[in-house]
Design a protein around this ligand. Sequence first.
Ligand code: HEM
Length: 404
Amino acid sequence: MSDNFERQKGLRRLWMASAWLFVAGAVAGVCFRWGMVASFPDGWDAGNIRHGHSHLMLMGWATPALMALMGARWPAQGGRNSERAVCLVGWIAWGLALASFPAFLLYGYQSVAIGSAELPIAAILSGLAILAWYGFAVVYFRANRGVERTAAMRLWDLAVAALVISSIGAWAVAGLMIADVDSVLWEAATVHFFVDLFGGGWLVLGLVGVLRSHVELEDSTNERIGRILVGGAVALVFLVGLPREYTPTVWPLLGSAAAGFVAAGLALIAQRIWAEQGRWSRRVLVFLAIKVVMLAAVAIPPLAEWGLGAGLRLFYLHIALVGFVTLGLVAMAARQWGEQTVGSLQAWLAAVVVLLATMLPLTGLWPRELAGQWVHQVALVGSAFAVLATGAACMVGSWGSEEG
Ligand code: HEM
C-alpha cells in the first residue's frame, strides 16, 4: 500500500468525495441526453440541467480533486505541508458546489422567493464557492512562499493565477444574469472567458503540474519557453469561440493565434513529461495530445470557423475535461494513494472512452448522411454507461479505502 495512503487520509477523502460528485454530475448529463431522446418531462429545463451539470463537474468534481492532489504533491517539491488548510477550503468548495446543484437544476440563474426576498440562490452559492477558491490561492501561495520554484511549481503558479483571473468571468456571468442584461456578445464573452480559462488554465495546467511533479528531470529551456507561450496566451483563447456576427473580425484572429501559442507551449511541456512517465500517465497524455492537435487546428482560422459550425466546441471541451482532466485526476490519485482509492483505473478509462466515442456522432466530424435520431440514443447509452462504470468504481474505491 502507498505510504501516503494513511498519511494523507484527509486529502484522499476529499478526492473521493469529489469523485462522487463526478457521478452525480454525470447523472445530470444522462438526464440532458434523455431529454434529447424522449423530450423533457414537465418541470425539466434543458438549460438548467446543463448549468447544474457543468457547475457541479467544474466546481464540485475537478476543482476540489485537483486541490487535494496539489496539496498532496507540493510538500515533495519543497512546499510546506498544508493538509488541514487545503482540506478546509477544499471541503467548503465541495459543499457549496453540492448545495448549488439542486438550485441550478430547479431554478438555473432565476431568482427564487425566500421569505419576502427574491434571491438568485444558485448564483449566490456559486459566488460563495469562488471565495473558497481564493482561500485555496492564499493557502497555496503561503505554503510555497520563498520556495525555490521547480518546473511543477511554476505550472501551479500559472494554474492558480488562472483560477483567480477566470473567476472575473464567473462574477460577470452571474452579474449579467442578475442585472437582466440581454446581450448575446457579453453573455458569450463572459461564459467563454470563464470556462476556457478555468478549464484550459486552472484545471489543465494544474494537472500538468501534478504529472510534472512525478518527473525527476531538471527544468529545461523548452519547458520555460512552453510556459511563457501558455501563460501569455491562455487567457485569450476564448476569443475564437465568440459568435462571429457580433465580434470585430480581429477578435477571432487573436483567439486563433492564442490557440496556436498554447498548443505549441503545451507540446513543449508535455514532451518532457512523456519521456519519464509510466503506462497510465501516458494514456492520460494521449488525451492531452488530442486536445493539443485540436487547439493547433483552431490556430488556422478557416478550420476554427468550420469546427465551430460543426459543433466541435462541446466535443473539444469534453476531450480536455473528461479525457485529460478527469482521467488524469484519477490516474494521479491512484499513483499518489494506490489504485484502491479510485476503485478501478480500467473502469474509469472505459467510461471516458465510451463517453467520448458516443459524443463523436453528434459533431460535424461524423458524415451527415450517416446521422439520424439514433446519434442521440447512442449518446444517451454512452453517458449511462459512464455513470454505471464510474459509480461502481467509486463504490469499490470508497469501500476499499475505508477497509484499507
Ligand atoms: C459522464 C460524464 C459526462 C457527461 C455524460 C456529460 C454530458 C454533457 C452534456 C449532455 C452536456 C450538454 C450538451 C449540450 O448542451 O448539448 C454537457 C455540457 C458540458 N459539460 Fe459535460 N458531461 C460529462 C462530463 C463532464 C466533465 C467531467 C466536465 C468538467 C470537468 C464537463 C463539463 C461540461 C461543460 C463545461 C459543459 C458545457 C456547458 C455550456 O457550454 O453551457 N462535463 N456535458
